[in-house]
Design a binder for this molecule. Structure first.
Ligand code: ADP
Ligand code: MG
Length: 727
């Protein structure tokens, strides 16, 4: 997808932008576009099956249907030596029996294979008729598959099976590919090993000219990569394990290289064609505040990002910057300094927060920052009274309000700015794409946009999913923060936990009790929250203690009153759902108890925990879980206890859940690779990125003779897109 704010662009539109930059010549159709029906033995029925089962339509699809492993045909396992934890077994033996057993759902075909060491059971639940026709008692077969043990007996379900005569054992090592297949294909005789005859035939048809090199020679040399043609042959039919690894490395690099190229071309184009307001002066407001009213010394990371904002906004192109900073790293101040730059250049600013609580907190902070500055600010939310609202709208349209702070309310149609120059979206992942686009649509020339997110995502993911955006990281917390102590207990320890919380409160601190999210429809969650509230109340009775309760379904006013009482210290305890997850800042709150912590994901736990540890006191986060935890849940608790670093947690999250699941990343093809993995191929990704940057910085149009291959390859991709649209 294109940049967050070139929105409305789905993948297709982006592709068009992307290709139109690079591609202008007429596309040529290569042999790789041939339908697989052109191969021997693939009739129309089989073609259709390959299409519906594996989406394999063309030669290219088949070429890119990579084997998931190779087996060495010269090494045959003895049945007696098969181990339960073995990945696959490859056995040669005589078929002694083949009969149908059971009936109804347990109906199955069972074969018995014998070698000189023992017996192996073969089982089929599907495609029985086909198997019965294909193999015969008394013959010798080669059998391949993942062994299991049933009642102590070795067994392979749905094995790959073939006649022994085709493969005489012995001779030199020969690695044969095993491909992903499906039950349905296997039942029709296209087993994981069966694909090999097609890929082999295909590779014989292809010459070097059909798989032309698409990575410049100097890069191949630099990273010691084998040629593309060799890589495709070796990944299917490697001459050795080492060559297979070489092939894999080369093709992963190619994937990452073109992924990065695509992102950076989109970014380049945006930089070149998107006009932006020019904040040419760093004027009085910025300097006055910076020199005289900063409430604290900025961290190096804050300074760095402010400098980036200054450069961006002075460049003449529209800024579209993603700011990632861990919870508590001080993003608000950075945004505010950007607003001062805007004001210095007579532009208005807006900051949009995902909740009212957060919006009013931003309002209070910014109000305190501007005490000595001649600036007008306003807070606009869903609950702003009509009269006040009218005044604010007039102020925005007339230009008397310099900074507007609010919730979604700020992007409503009625809100018109005189000259909006800078827009900040806080806690990005809470907003949908459409809402961000509306912010952008407010001007003919779009305002500079700063998107701030407090859910760090791993660098590898950021590079791939957000590689088209300008991207800043604040990886430093303000000085003096004490690391939060995190502990994990099961419910049995609840009384002890309560004692601990009581002791902290008696020192003047405040505490949060967090319950799993209230879903719109989930009555159960409500009950949990109210039950929890009663429970907490029993431990902390009035009038000695006072408790606030906040949840998503409360009327706004009630929520606000409860929140304010906690912020002001009137209540010592906040019982809440995850609505307090984002942004809330109560430095005196130093204890957080997260109930049913196993129900939360890593990044959410980290977000929640970020609500404490904001003051100078030692803070605590207590994760309460059930006694029995699944492996994943246990692992999450362990990680939370072990580290407080959001970026580290994000890495773990990526490892545990995979790139598609991480919050804040777009559901885009950009993170889906055939071979490369964002977890395991970090170094390759960095290398690919550096190479792409290098190329584009000297040859943005890809016109150097050495880069023509890149252009040609992109062109070929385009041809394919068109072709499949027609087909
Ligand atoms: P986040 O990045 O999570 O949005 P905030 O902007 O809410 O963080 O800042 C968290 C707290 O840290 C606030 O109380 C803020 O005033 C304070 N803060 C921000 N920058 C600094 C700094 N450089 N030195 C000390 N405190 C800071
Ligand atoms: Mg914040």
């Amino acid at each position: 997808m294109a940049g967050l704010f070139i929105t409305g662009t789905k993948d297709k539109a982006t592709k068009e932008i992307f290709y139109s930059i690079v591609v202008d010549a007429t596309p040529t159709i290569s042999i790789l576009q041939n339908p697989i029906g052109y191969l021997q033995g693939i009739n129309s029925q089989r073609s259709e099956l390959l299409r519906s089962e594996l989406n394999i339509v063309t030669f290219k699809d088949l070429l890119e249907h990579f084997p998931y492993r190779h087996i060495d045909r010269t090494r045959v396992d003895k049945i007696a030596s098969i181990q339960p934890n073995q990945d696959y077994a490859y056995v040669s033996g005589k078929l002694l029996q083949l009969e149908i057993m059971g009936s109804g759902r347990s109906r199955r075909l069972v074969g018995l294979l014998k070698d000189d060491t023992g017996l192996l059971e073969l089982v089929w639940f599907q495609g029985i008729a086909w198997v019965q026709k294909a193999i015969h008692v008394g013959n010798t077969y080669l059998v391949f598959g993942k062994p299991g043990f049933f009642m102590g007996k070795a067994q392979i379900a749905h094995p790959d099976i073939e006649n022994f005569s085709r493969h005489q054992a012995g001779g030199k090592q020969s690695l044969e590919p095993i491909y992903p297949s499906t039950e349905k294909l296997k039942a029709r005789g296209l087993t994981g090993a069966g694909f090999a005859k097609y890929s082999s035939e295909l590779l014989q048809k292809l010459t070097e000219k059909d798989i032309p090199e698409n990575i410049p020679g100097d890069i191949l040399k630099q990273y010691k990569l084998i040629s593309r043609f060799d890589a495709y042959r070796q990944i299917h039919f490697p001459v050795s394990e080492k060559m297979y690894q070489q092939a894999l490395r080369r093709l992963k690099f190619e994937e990452l290289f073109y992924g990065q190229l695509r992102m950076q071309l989109i970014k380049m184009r945006r930089h070149r064609f998107s006009k932006g307001f020019i904040f040419s002066v760093v004027g009085n407001l910025f300097n006055e505040f910076y020199n005289h009213h900063l409430p604290f010394t900025l961290t190096q990371a804050q300074k760095k990002v402010i400098k980036e904002l200054r450069q961006d906004t002075a460049s003449g192109r529209q800024m579209n910057r993603l700011l990632q900073g861990d919870v508590g790293s001080g993003k608000t101040m950075v945004a505010f300094m950007g607003m001062l730059l805007a004001a210095d250049n007579n532009f208005q600013s807006v900051i949009m927060a995902p909740t009212e609580v957060l919006a009013s907190q931003h309002f209070e902070s910014i109000r305190s920052y501007i005490t000595h500055l001649p600036l007008q600010i306003a807070l606009l939310t869903g609950s702003t009274p009509a009269k006040e609202r009218k005044k604010i709208l007039a102020g925005c349209a007339g230009g008397t309000i310099h900074i507007l702070i609010g919730t979604h309310a700020v992007i409503e149609k009625k809100v018109i700015f005189k000259n909006l120059g800078f827009a900040v979206v806080d806690e990005q992942h809470k907003f949908g794409v459409a809402q961000r686009a509306m912010l952008w649509a407010k001007n003919e020339i779009p305002p500079h946009v700063l998107v701030m997110t407090a859910t760090p995502i791993p660098r590898t993911l950021a590079l791939t999913a957000y590689g088209d955006l300008d991207y800043s990281v604040m990886d430093e917390l303000p000085p003096g923060r004490k690391p939060i102590t995190t502990m994990h207990y099961n419910e049995a320890a609840r009384p002890r936990v309560m004692d601990f919380v009581r002791a902290e409160i008696s020192k003047g601190r405040q505490a949060y009790f967090i319950y799993p999210l209230i879903e719109e429809s989930s009555k159960l969650d409500y009950e949990n929250l109210y039950k929890g509230y009663e429970e907490v109340k029993a431990f902390f009775p009035e009038p000695r203690y006072w408790i606030s309760m906040v949840h998503g379904k409360q009327p706004a006013l009630q929520k606000e009153v409860n929140m304010k009482r906690f912020i002001s210290g009137d209540t010592q305890i906040m019982v809440s759902t995850t609505v307090i997850e984002v942004g809330v800042n109560v430095p005196n709150a130093s204890v957080m108890v997260i109930e049913s912590a196993e129900k939360f994901g890593l990044s959410q736990l980290h977000q929640l925990r970020g609500r404490v540890g904001r003051g100078s006191d030692q803070s605590y986060c207590i994760l309460l879980t059930g006694r029995k935890l699944g492996n994943d849940a246990y692992e999450r608790m362990k990680i939370m206890v072990a580290t407080g670093n959001g970026f580290e947690i994000a890495e773990k999250d990526l490892e545990m859940r995979g790139p598609g699941e991480i919050e804040g990343t777009r559901q885009s093809g950009a993170v889906q690779f055939k071979l490369a993995s964002l977890v395991n191929d970090k170094a390759a990704l960095e290398a690919a990125r550096a190479s792409v940057e290098n190329i584009l910085s000297t040859d943005p149009e890809l016109e150097n003779p050495g880069h023509i291959m890149i252009k040609n390859y992109l062109q070929q991709q385009k041809a394919k897109t068109k072709w499949s649209k027609v087909g």
